[in-house]
Ligand binder design. Structure first.
Ligand SMILES: [Zn+2]
Ligand SMILES: [Zn+2]
Length: 251
């Protein structure tokens, strides 16, 4: 066998063993997130809670959901780009929880590219929040330093950078910090989640928040307990209004 054809055979063999696949659906794909998965994220329905964005029954007579009617949140409005299901749920889970042989970094980059596209080419999903507002700040929902070391990637921080760039709003990654490591919210019931995050956030330089419009961003909104606690902390420091934006919403 000649040298070039030997090289070709080896590279064909390596191609079979290390074929590039979509991390989500495992189909052949050069990107870690294939075009089909990336275009299949589910949009929130028309009927959502005017405050927290929770999907509501089509025929509901109420403007706000049961939870927001009972306890008005500290934030003005929360919206999510998509629902937390299908390909998006799988992509987020794969990025958040390290597993062997998953190209997490590439998958996170691919997801951020889809998000950037959504933010720059389509309508504003967050009514009332002005793009390019010089009095506004984008703040990622903070992750405790220890958890960040374990996971290596903070989707909230990556999302915050994309939002700040796409909407031309200054990014402050350093102001809001998580002091206390709390139990993962995913294992807790609603009331427990609210108590779990209470007083767990702190502002490093509260004076910089006074009179600001704050946009807190996170990966997934479930009970909104984290965002509510961030908003409470920011408003105590004089924030004029607090908005929330997440990549996904638990339906
Ligand atoms: Zn795919
Ligand atoms: Zn609500």
């Amino acid at each position: 066998m000649s040298l070039p054809s030997l090289r070709e055979s080896i590279s064909a063999l390596l191609g079979l063993v290390f074929r590039s696949r979509c991390e989500v659906c495992r189909a052949d794909s050069d990107e870690a997130l294939c075009a089909e998965c990336a275009s299949g994220f589910d949009e929130p329905p028309e009927r959502i809670c005017a405050i927290c964005g929770l999907p509501m029954k089509e025929r509901s007579r109420f403007l706000n959901c049961f939870h927001c009617n009972r306890h008005k949140p500290a934030f003005k409005r929360l919206r999510s780009l998509w629902l937390y299901d299908g390909a998006l749920q799988k992509a987020i889970t794969l990025i958040k929880f390290p597993r062997p042989r998953v190209r997490r970094r590439e998958l996170a980059d691919a997801l951020m590219a889809v998000i950037e596209q959504r933010l720059t080419t389509r309508g504003n999903p967050l009514p009332g929040f002005k793009k390019g507002d010089e009095n506004a700040l984008v703040l990622p929902s903070p992750m405790h330093a220890k958890r960040l070391r374990q996971r290596g990637i903070s989707l909230a921080a990556e999302f915050a950078r994309v939002v700040s760039d796409a909407w031309e709003v200054p990014l402050r990654e350093d102001l809001l910090v998580k002091d206390r490591q709390t139990a993962p919210q995913v294992r807790l019931a609603r009331e427990e989640r609210l108590l779990n995050v209470k007083d767990s956030f702190r502002l490093l330089s509260p004076g910089e928040i006074d009179g600001k419009i704050c946009l807190v961003v996170d990966d997934v909104a479930t009970t909104c307990a984290t965002l509510n606690e961030c908003a409470r902390t920011l408003k105590l420091a004089g924030a004029e209004r607090v908005y929330g934006l997440t990549i996904a919403r638990q339906p």
